[in-house]
Design a protein around this ligand. Structure first.
Ligand code: NAG
Ligand code: NAG
Length: 390
């Protein structure tokens, strides 16, 4: 126990430490992409920890003992900020003088003093062993920092919490959206206010305003599930029914015990909300994230009017929405804008009938094998003959 003695003495006067909510799993790397360089963001799992967002990624920092990070003051303070989610007392039911493990980090613990829990952290490379109540070398007490991804250890999102970004980001500062190049956010009294730049403009995270597209535009858009707070439905009312999910290649199936089960279509297929089946991706009528599951740089945007818009994707993540020149249509099978005819894709051309869709669906599969992704304007369109019906 010797290694902990120093921290006990140093921490005696504290009232309460913030315990980590077990569901926290903010991806701080993705969070930092929303704010300009140098800004500090709070930790969702520990009121005494915070991160400095730099171009190279987040740097974790700790407040001195007895201090808590105040995201609005952008510094450590001796009072617990209201935005720090204090959950139940980790020392509840424990004798004074004992220790409790932190639920979020392997090296974290609480000292249960006469006046409450005091958070502490084992030296780097050591884990807290709750049985012996001591910091030991990590190989003596193997442990995985989980489910939090704050430590960079991964972890899958199984359910989601509607994350209030304003618990982490300071008031009064414009910051980016994790889902839209043109979206911006602003916290006032720790309440999130959101908006969109005027057409054609993108939110510039470093300049904190709307501007024209640049090479760095949109790097904040990661669609990270820990930030988007996607609500995952759990119970359903009619067995055998389906429901669209956020990702185009997924859907929910209501199973016999009336629970929604997340299902995934086979590679290259997307969920079609009309036929409620997985279909070739270009035929899916589904307002969903169409960059998912593709290594292509450019794909058609979902549309209910025409196929002239397309998305710029990087590693399956949408970075921008673009529009072909007037009277040109985008064809993701060729990866280019064409001025001949609109491609027979139901994903952006809802005027096609189901019969035509079936036919063109086959065409799409065939044409898909020749897809390229340079996105440059093509002068010919390989699918011209198949669209004569239009
Ligand atoms: C966190 O976000 C970054 C940036 O989008 C991404 O590269 C990384 O894979 C994410 N980490 C996890 C554990 O999801
Ligand atoms: C596609 O539809 C949009 C409006 O939804 C319109 O502004 C645009 O001109 C159309 N493009 C073509 C090529 O028809």
């Amino acid at each position: 126990m010797g290694g902990l003695k120093g921290s006990i003495i140093a921490a005696m006067a504290l009232l309460l430490a913030c315990a980590a909510p077990a569901t926290a799993n903010v991806n701080v790397t993705a969070l930092c992409l929303l704010v300009n360089n140098g800004v500090y963001v709070a930790s969702q799992t520990d009121c005494t920890t915070y991160y400095q967002c730099l171009g190279t990624g987040p740097t974790a920092m700790s407040c001195p003992t007895g201090y808590y990070f105040d995201k609005n003051a952008q510094q450590c303070s001796s009072t617990v900020p209201s935005t720090c989610t204090v959950s139940s007392n980790p020392c509840q039911g424990k004798a004074v003088g004992t220790f409790a493990p932190s639920s979020s980090t392997c090296g974290g613990y609480y000292y249960c003093g006469a006046s409450g829990a005091v958070s502490g952290r084992c030296p780097s490379g050591e884990n807290f062993n709750p049985t012996t109540m001591a910091c030991v070398y990590s190989n003596q007490y193997p442990c995985q920092d989980s489910p939090s991804t704050e430590s960079g250890s991964g972890g899958t999102v199984t359910s989601s919490v509607a994350l209030n970004l304003c618990n982490l980001v300071e008031n009064g500062m414009y910051f980016g959206s994790p889902t839209s190049c043109s979206g911006w956010n602003y916290c006032q009294d720790n309440v999130l206010h959101s908006g969109t730049c005027e057409t054609g403009k993108y939110f510039n995270v470093q300049q904190k305003n709307c501007g024209y597209q640049q090479s760095t535009s949109c790097s904040q858009v990661t669609n990270d599930p820990s930030l988007t707070g996607v609500t995952i439905p759990t119970t359903c009312t009619q067995a055998g029914t389906f429901k669209a999910a956020t990702a185009c290649n997924q859907y929910y199936f209501c199973n016999p015990s009336l629970n929604y089960q997340l299902m995934t279509c086979q590679t290259g297929y997307f969920y079609d909300t009309i036929s409620q089946m997985c279909v070739v991706r270009t035929q899916a009528r589904n307002d969903c994230d169409r960059c998912v599951g593709t290594s292509a740089s450019f794909v058609n945007a979902y549309s209910t009017s025409n196929c002239s818009d397309y998305l710029y994707c990087v590693n399956g993540v949408q970075k921008a929405v673009e529009t072909c020149p007037i009277n040109y249509y985008f064809n993701e099978n060729t990866g280019s804008c064409s001025n001949s005819v609109e491609p027979p894709f139901l994903c952006c051309n809802p005027t096609l009938s189901t019969g035509e869709a079936t036919t063109s669906g086959t065409t799409a599969t065939t044409a898909g094998t020749t897809a390229k992704s340079d996105g440059t304007t093509a002068t010919t369109d390989a699918t011209t003959s198949t669209t004569a019906a239009k």
